[in-house]
Design a protein around this ligand. Structure first.
Ligand code: COA
Length: 166
């Protein structure tokens, strides 16, 4: 590989998303999810200890994020987003696994989420990480799409289990 292409960008770092990342989260939400949450929702998301939020930054830019909500012993995955031009590089998987590990370390035994039945990229990612479809909510979304309810037992996932005990 020519030298000028070898170090185009620095390494990606996993981090806990804090209120310092508010504007970066809003912007990535706009680019990847079309604006899922308002600024106020993001602000409360990033300041609530029962709502773990994990990101990947590269040279100061947020390129992926994942958010969850701990309800008793269940981690609800509430948002997953990867920068559009950085997909299929394993970033979504890294963020999701880190979020599951964090949920488990805060006491979650299971994880659950809802995903549009037509969102193949997300469904494949979740299945690759161990989620299984447990039910369907018909016409759940405004455009009439069904929602798949997915679920996993965190202890069943080897990657989560290894990280939790290492
Ligand atoms: C869903 C999303 C987060 C996936 O992120 P990603 O970084 O591209 O995913 P990864 O590269 O980690 O993929 C992990 C695995 O998921 C599956 N996968 C991911 N994207 C896929 C696609 N477009 N088609 C098929 N499989 C896909 C593959 O099995 C992949 O492993 P592989 O690349 O080794 O085959 C990303 O596409 C995204 O931000 N989409 C828009 C927002 C969204 O829909 N979020 C989820 C609903 S809240």
């Amino acid at each position: 590989m020519p030298a000028e292409h070898q170090h185009e960008s620095g390494p990606e770092h996993l981090l806990q998303l804090t209120p310092d990342w508010l504007q970066a989260c809003i912007q990535l939400d706009q680019r990847a999810l079309g604006g899922l949450w308002s600024e106020q929702q993001w602000a409360s998301e990033l300041s609530d200890p029962r709502r773990p939020a994990v990101g990947l930054e590269q040279e100061g830019s947020l390129i992926a994020l994942g958010c969850g909500w701990l309800v008793v012993d269940e981690l609800h995955i509430t948002a997953m987003a990867v920068e559009p031009n950085r997909r299929r590089q394993g970033l979504g998987r890294r963020v999701l696994m880190a979020l599951l590990q964090q949920g488990q370390s805060q006491g979650a035994l299971h994880a659950t989420l809802e995903v549009a039945a037509g969102n193949q990229a997300a469904i494949r990612l979740y299945e690759a990480c161990g989620f299984q479809t447990a039910g369907v909510r018909r016409a759940y979304y405004r455009n009439g799409d069904d929602a798949l309810i997915q679920w996993m037992r965190l202890h069943d996932c080897e990657e989560v289990r290894i990280a939790a005990h290492s």
